[in-house]
Ligand binder design. Sequence first.
Ligand SMILES: [Zn+2]
Length: 238
Amino acid sequence: MSDIDLSEIPVEEMLSSTHFDRGRPRTTLVVIHATRSGQVGQSISLEASSTAIYMDNDSIPEKARVSSHLVVGNAKVYRVVHDADTAWHAGVLNPYAIGIEVAQAVPTAPYHPRQIEFTARATARYCAKYKIPIRRVMDESEPGIIGHEDSRQGKGYGKSDPGPMWDWPAFIALVQQYTGGAAVPTPPTLKPPTKPAAFDVEAERTALWAAKDRLAAGGWPRFAQAVEAAVTQSKGER
Ligand SMILES: [Zn+2]
């Protein structure tokens, strides 16, 4: 199958890299990354082009070699690995994932709106091609669009990309717009337990109250009402 059509955005093909595996068994995820060269003050366009060049650099040791399907700058997108092949961006997730590296030199650097747009256009095409639901997921066990930092794989390596500067709601809305598809609510995900905190019933109420709002917004009005009733009634317990 040919690569997704990116003719609506400026694309530079840089497909000379050999840093990938041929083929990919399954595709259930689009993983969003930030490049994070660490070069403070580096422009987005230089961050993008130097990342794409790095992915084709055979002088770096084999273990340090990385790649992604796309690298997204503010003026253009570099296509580095063919859709059908396995890029090296998220360890054990690679055989299931398309990887998109968004150029951001350091975690505090703002993304350019064009990067959100380019990434959303490409993600819309990948989701349509591989029948991936258009929703942000917080765990790789569910098909969707995931931030590297939200995956167990990424957490295991202390990843923080794409980070708080990435506007997820705007991004997902754009992906939906470009696909013309209906919104799919983000699935609730059980987080692995961390260290037990002191029990705080008010914190439990606050969390449930927030869940109620999410349920209502997600199209579950009766479920939201039930949670609201439970929280309200709990105030009489003590
Ligand atoms: Zn990453």
